[in-house]
Design a protein around this ligand. Structure first.
Ligand SMILES: [Zn+2]
Length: 136
């Protein structure tokens, strides 16, 4: 049996509560999945949400507005290249991220990052990419 733990999280932008809702509440008919999101109770006035884990339905990170969601997608692209390129394993890539940014294993998730940390990660990946190209 899966234990669905209910968590109380608040929107970091407006302080309102966030409620677990089906993805279609935000994406409408464009929702490709039957997934869930934690959505700010003031949505759509406050455009902040975060995905929930499929099984546990716990939030994947903190609620993000449009700017932060965009930044997290960019950070993910830069970071995913580190392991999708075969340069290192996914596990090694996360270890590398922790060491580079001085984060604990618990903190080293892009869904938990603010704009500053996203920027730090993008820079670190760009630097690693330059080093590899210079060495090649
Ligand atoms: Zn809000």
């Amino acid at each position: 049996m899966i234990f669905l733990k209910k968590v109380q999280i608040r929107c970091p932008y407006c302080g309102a509560k966030a409620t677990l809702r089906p993805s279609s509440a935000v994406y409408g008919d464009a929702a490709k999945t039957d997934g869930f999101l934690y959505v700010c109770d003031r949505y759509p006035k406050c455009d902040a949400y975060v995905a929930a884990h499929r099984k546990s339905r716990l939030p994947m990170g903190t609620l993000a507005n449009g700017d932060l969601r965009h930044k997290r997608i960019e950070a993910h692209k830069a970071f995913d290249w580190m392991w999708k390129s075969g340069l290192m394993s996914k596990r090694q890539a996360y270890k590398w991220m922790q060491a580079k940014l001085g984060l604990s294993e618990e903190q080293a998730h892009i869904a938990k990052f603010g704009e500053y940390m996203c920027g730090q990660l993008i820079d670190a990946c760009a630097q690693a990419y330059d080093n590899i190209r210079a060495a090649a």
